[in-house]
Design a protein around this ligand. Structure first.
Ligand code: R5P
Length: 224
């Protein structure tokens, strides 16, 4: 219950950054869903914005609430992008993709002028790796990638859902990688990005401008 309040308070704070006429990136996950619901209320009250969704789930929720949506390719700019995270540090580095939406989320973060992350207090960490790192991989190569990662000393699990291999919005697989013993996270990102078949990683190392974290009844901000 407290976690829900923390998420909601962070979402409330984040939407104060949204102004009339903006193009708004809509993140994915439970915290982003709260933000989209609040945004839906503002739109119903007359706020004029266009959203760009980072997942089919967020797209469906936003459509249901009457938030006008644009495909990314039809935008000239995304003024603000509001999204959640699975883990963050005070250096504004993140692990994302617990809900499998990391690829589109990373694309939106790249093309946005301002990136705001909203979380509850359980997401704050001294160093990344407490949460398994999601990797979006091409199914064709998933077993090869699992083996190569194992040879690098990295254990990974193929994500499953209801007894079947989980599929992303792009019909790819997710490997959840244990990076808790890996010290140099930047070097790891470079290694993973260089492996054919890994489409994207859930490491968001340089894109975030502001993290708004709910804690109890308060919110705390971490910025660059
Ligand atoms: O793929 C999912 C996203 O990266 C989410 O933003 C992340 O998993 C956090 O989700 P939640 O707000 O539900 O904790």
């Amino acid at each position: 219950m407290e976690t829900e309040t923390e998420k909601l308070n962070a979402a409330k704070k984040a939407i104060t950054h949204i102004e009339n006429g903006m193009v708004v990136g809509l993140g994915s996950g439970s915290t982003s869903s709260l933000m989209i619901m609040l945004l839906g209320e503002l739109v119903a009250d007359g706020l004029q914005i266009n959203g760009v969704a980072s997942s089919l789930k967020s797209e469906q929720l936003a459509s249901k609430l009457g938030i006008p949506l644009l495909p990314l390719n039809q935008t000239t700019t995304i003024d603000i992008n509001i999204d959640g995270a699975d883990e963050f540090t005070e250096e504004l580095q993140l692990i994302k993709g617990g809900g499998g939406a990391l690829l589109r989320e990373k694309i939106l973060a790249h093309y946005s002028d301002l990136n705001i992350i909203i979380t509850d207090s359980s997401k704050k960490s001294e160093r990344l790796g407490g949460y398994p790192l999601p990797l979006e991989v091409i199914p064709f190569a998933e077993q090869k990638i699992i083996k190569e990662l194992k040879d690098m000393g990295l254990a990974s699990n193929l994500r499953m859902e209801e007894g079947k291999v989980y599929r992303t919005d792009q019909e790819n697989s997710i490997l959840d990688l244990d990076v808790s013993n890996w010290d140099d996270i930047e070097a790891l990102e470079n290694l993973l990005q260089a492996m054919p078949g890994i489409v994207e990683t859930g490491l968001f190392l340089n894109s975030t401008d502001l993290v708004i974290m709910g804690m109890g009844n308060q919110t705390f901000e971490f910025k660059k």
